[in-house]
Design a protein around this ligand. Sequence first.
Ligand code: ADP
Ligand code: MG
Length: 637
Amino acid sequence: EFAMSKSIAEQRQYLPIYSVRDELLQVIRENQVVVVVGETGSGKTTQLTQYLHEDGYTINGLVGCTQPRRVAAMSVAKRVSEEMETELGDKVGYAIRFEDVTGPNTVIKYMTDGVLLRETLKDADLDKYRVIVMDEAHERSLNTDVLFGILKKVAAHRRDFKLIVTSATLNAQKFSNFFGSAPVFHIPGRTFPVNILHSKTPCEDYVEAAVKQAMTIHITSPPGDILIFMTGQEEIEAACYALAERIDRLTSSTDKAVPKLLILPIYSQLPADLQAKIFQKAEDGARKCIVATNIAETSLTVDGIYYVIDTGYGKTKVYNPKMGMDALQVFPVSRAAADQRAGRAGRTGPGTCYRLYTESAYLDEMLAAPVPEIQRTNLGNVVLLLKSLKIENLLDFDFMDPPPQENILNSMYQLWVLGALNDVGALTDIGWKMVEFPLDPPLAKMLLMGEQLQCLDEVLTIVSMLSVPSVFFRPRDRAEESDAVREKFFVPESDHLTLLNVYQQWKSNQYRGDWCNDHFLHVKGLRKAREVRSQLLDILKIPVTSCGYDWDIVRKAVCSAYFHNAARLKGVGEYVNCRKGMPCHLHPSSALYGLGYTPEYVVYHELILTTKEYMQCVSAVEPQWLADLGPMFFSVK
Ligand code: ADP
Ligand code: MG
C-alpha cells in the first residue's frame, strides 16, 4: 500500500538515511574516504548517489557506484532513474559487462565492480569520476577486494577524489583501518523484531520443505509477503513449479476460494523484465511469494516481506584443488548471511523467519562470516589485470586480505600454460592481448587462436554464445518436443559446434524471432550473443577470417584454449581428466551423449558439480592436437 499511496518523494523521505542526510554530506565534505554502515533497506544504494548529485559533486565529474552483482546494478539504476524522473541511460545509467546503458548526460552511473576494474586499465586515475561509492563492500567480492587496493592509490593521487565504502553489516572497522582510520558513519536502523524458528530435525529435501512451509503460511497466516532463499536457478524453478501446482490442486479440490499467490522467481540469469516484477505490487488480495538466490540477502530490498523461509544454503564459487579449477558448489551459508536473510522479514513490521535447519547447525556448523572470494577462487583475471597495471610482484599489492600464495601460484601456472605469462612470470604478447578482452583467460585465448588458425568468424560466435545464458529453451510441459528440436541442431562431435550451428542457422533465417520460438530458442539470448559478438569484434580491430565449413579447425582452436580441461575416455559416458585424474561425465544434454559417438579425447568448457561431475560444453579432439600443445601435460598413448 505504501508504494501506491505515497509519492516517490515521500517514499524517499521516509527512508532512514533521509534523517541523517545533512550530517552525512557534511562528513563526506570533510573527509576523503568515509565508511557508511546501515541496515539493508536504509537507502544507501538508491539515495547516497542522489544526495551526492544534489550536493554538487556531479558538476565536474561522475558519481559512480559499484555493485558486486549485475542484477543489482541494473535494477537500482532503473529505480533511481524513476526517482529522478529521467529515462534510464540519460542522467542515470548503468554498465555491466557487454552492456553500457549510459550517455553523454549521465551523472550517476551504477556498474559492476568488474566494469570499474576494467576502466582502471584505460584510465588508472579514474579521472572522470568525482566520487566512487563502493557498495556492498561486506560481500567482499573478488573485484571489490582488488578495487580496494586500486582506489586507495587513486585517493592518494587525487585530492579532489572522494571514496565512500558502504556495508550492510558491522564489520566496517576493517574497511576504516585499511583506509587509514577513515570515519565510520552509522545510519540509524529502523527494524522490527523477527521471530526465528528453527527446524527440530535436519531436513532431507529443502526444496520440498520450503514449498510446504510457504503453502502453510499462505493458507494459515495473516497477510504479508513471503521470501524464500534457495541456491540457484534449477531449484528456484522447481520450487515455483511445485507451488503453482499445489495452488492449482487446492483450487480444484476445494469449494472455498483459495487466496491468490503471486509466485515470483529471481536469480541472476533471469531476464531483466521478469526480475523487475519482484518490486511490483501484487493485485488486490494476492500475496507475493518471491523465490530468490542470495541476491535478495542484501543487494536487493523488497518491501512488504513478513515471512522468510531460509533453506540455509547458497552457491559459492570455490577453487577446488582436486579439479584444479573453480566450481560453483552448494554450501551452508554463514551465520552472518543467515541473520541477514532473517532480517528481510522485519523491514515493514514484526516478522517470522523459518529456518529449515536446526539451531545446533546454526550454532555449530555454520561459519561466523563468509570467506572472501579472493581467498577461495582462481585469480587468473586478477593476475592478468594487475600485471598489466605494472604490478610485477602480486605479493606487493595492497590487499586488505592477501590471497593465499598457493592461489596466486596456481593462477599464474594456468596463465603460463595458456602462454599469457613467460617463464619469469611477465606478460607475453599473447598475455597483453588477452587483457584487452572482458573474458576469462581461456576464452580470450580461444579468440586469439581463431585469429591464428583463420577461423575467427566461427570462434567469435562460439565465444559469444558461451558468454550468454543458455539459448536452449525447455518448457516443462513440452520437454520431449523441445529435446527433439534441439537434437536437430546437434553436431555429433561437439557442443561448441552445435552452438555455432544454432547461431548460423538463426543468421540464415534473418535473425528472426519467430524462428527462435519455433525452434525452442531464447531469442533474447541469441540477440545478446549477437551484441557480444559485435563488441568483441570492436575490440579485436582486425578483419574476420572464416574457415567455411571446415569445422575441424574450429575444434582445434577450442582445443588450444581448453586443453587444461582435456579428458580421456574411460567407460560409457565416462571420462577422466588428463591432468588431475578425476572422473568427469558426459551430461545427457550434450550432443555427444547417446549418439553412439564416443571419442577417445575431449575438452570441456567447465565442470558442473551436481549429483556427479558433469562436463559442460564438450568437444571431441584429436590426441595429436593435445600432444602438440603440451607434451609435458599429457601422456597420450
Ligand atoms: P540499501 O542499499 O540501504 O539496502 P536501498 O537503497 O537499496 O537500501 O533501498 C531503499 C528502498 O528503495 C527500499 O525500500 C527498497 O525497497 C526500495 N527499492 C530499491 N530498488 C527498488 C526498485 N527497483 N523498485 C522499487 N523499490 C525499490
Ligand atoms: Mg544496497
